[in-house]
Ligand binder design. Structure first.
Ligand code: FES
Ligand SMILES: [Fe+2]
Length: 417
């Protein structure tokens, strides 16, 4: 069971909070690359309760600066992109992407004064069409060696949207294998077939399979096996938890790639869910992917969703009879959004009754809490390495397959209950 105290440790993400410090030890997505251009304007991004200014300079380099100008605090998101950086509107100081002060036009001793002034700035990396930021202390680790981040752009389809609840609620939904049998169920296979991008060949396993769940510890977090045995055969799904706020699952591409779900706190009561869809063997069908996205998110926004708390996710009781189990249409993102937000902004986990199928969630919480302890004692953190050629993710398996002889299947390093 999770105590109230542990729940606070796991869910509070401000700069001084336990989970906040842990999350800051890892690279976090803060925007899509195309959200900032040199001829567009800077943009406010809110991450873990902090409002920061993201911009791209005239050379195309991205920068992430503190919102308030180091001179006298004017909001830099209104600034001008020029002179090698971002110019504050108030007295014209210019800061580059690293926070160095390049100009102080009205200061007689600007040459020396500039040297002494540093605007708060965070390291960034761009990969796979995403801007990652490191908001922690000390040297940043290497960016995780995810295959998808080096893939050609047309093998990727990224999107993001806001969920109005704590990051952990969203994350736990993605590493909870057996909710697929219920929350995402179609009442008959014709609906499963008709849903854009969905696969229907596992329908009978979802409906009638006997669940078995196993969890293994890995260098990056957890590997989670969900087996649904039906007669002589079984349907196996392997999902991953990458520390401290990432799930990697079989998505619309099945085994030929994966979907990464990265839950980045906006503040303690909302988070941005980044979904990175990757297909290994050939380009993704962007049209189909866009259709899946448009089922949930209002085009041109990352905040507004068609179905939401205010309209009760447009739940339709008639649809629940012979359409979709949840009565909320075919989008899995809508179902997941409903369930995460329906718990309230930060659920009190001391009120839960955890069972067999929550094994992966319990293991993930334990790993995050251990990470918090290790951070305090200076010990190494799971999933964090400074080695840019690390093989840590080499044994990451994402699977969605039917096993003809499940008895032959071997696990490697199971976590004991
Ligand atoms: S407050 Fe920004 S230059 Fe003065
Ligand atoms: Fe789900």
């Amino acid at each position: 069971m999770t105590t109230r105290e542990q729940n606070i440790l796991l869910t509070r993400t401000g700069a001084g909070a336990a989970a906040g410090k842990l999350l800051r030890q890892y690279w976090q997505p803060v925007a899509m690359s195309d959200e900032v251009t040199a001829d567009g304007g800077p943009k406010i991004v809110k991450v873990m309760g902090e409002e920061l200014v993201l911009f791209r300079d005239e050379q195309g380099r991205a920068g992430l600066l503190g919102k308030h100008c180091a001179h006298r605090g004017a909001d830099l998101s209104f600034g001008r992109i020029e002179a090698g950086g971002l110019r504050c509107l108030y007295h014209g100081w210019v800061f580059d992407v690293s926070g160095n002060c390049l100009e102080q036009p009205a200061e007689p001793r600007a040459a020396a004064f500039c040297q002494r002034v540093k605007q708060e700035a965070y390291p960034l990396r761009e990969a796979g069409g995403i801007i990652f930021a490191y908001l922690g202390d000390g040297e940043p680790p290497a960016l995780p060696q995810l295959e998808c981040l080096g893939a050609p752009a047309d093998h990727l389809f990224m999107w993001k949207f806001r969920e109005r609840c704590n990051y952990l609620q969203g994350l736990e939904g993605d590493i909870d294998p057996f909710h697929l049998n219920f929350l995402h169920r179609a009442m008959d296979n014709s609906h499963a077939k008709a849903a854009p991008g969905s696969s229907d060949q596992y329908f009978d396993f979802y409906m009638h399979g006997i669940p078995r769940l196993e969890v293994e510890r890995t260098g990056y977090g957890l590997r989670i096996y969900a087996l649904r045995q039906l007669g002589e055969r079984a349907y196996l799904r392997v999902t991953n938890f990458m520390m401290p706020n990432v799930a990697i699952v079989a998505g619309p591409t099945g085994e030929d790639g994966y979907t990464i779900l990265w839950h980045v706190p906006i503040d303690d009561e909302s988070h941005m869910k980044y979904m990175l869809n990757f297909r290994r063997s050939k380009p993704l069908n962007a049209e189909i992917m866009q259709k899946i996205y448009d089922l949930h998110v209002v085009p041109g926004t990352d905040l507004e969703t068609w179905r939401n708390r205010e309209n009760r996710w447009k739940q339709d009781r008639a649809e629940m009879k012979d359409g979709w189990f949840a009565g909320m249409g075919p989008s899995f993102s809508v179902h997941d959004n409903f369930v995460s937000e329906s718990m309230g902004p930060i659920f009190d986990r001391s009120k839960e009754n955890l069972g067999y199928t929550d094994k992966a969630i319990v293991a993930a919480r334990r790993l995050i809490l251990t990470g918090i302890e290790n951070m305090a004692s200076g010990a190494a953190l799971v999933g964090r390495t400074s080695d840019a050629n690390s093989s840590m993710l080499d044994d990451m398996i994402v699977s969605s397959e039917i096993l003809d002889d499940p008895a032959k299947f071997r696990y490697e390093a199971l976590v004991e209950d």
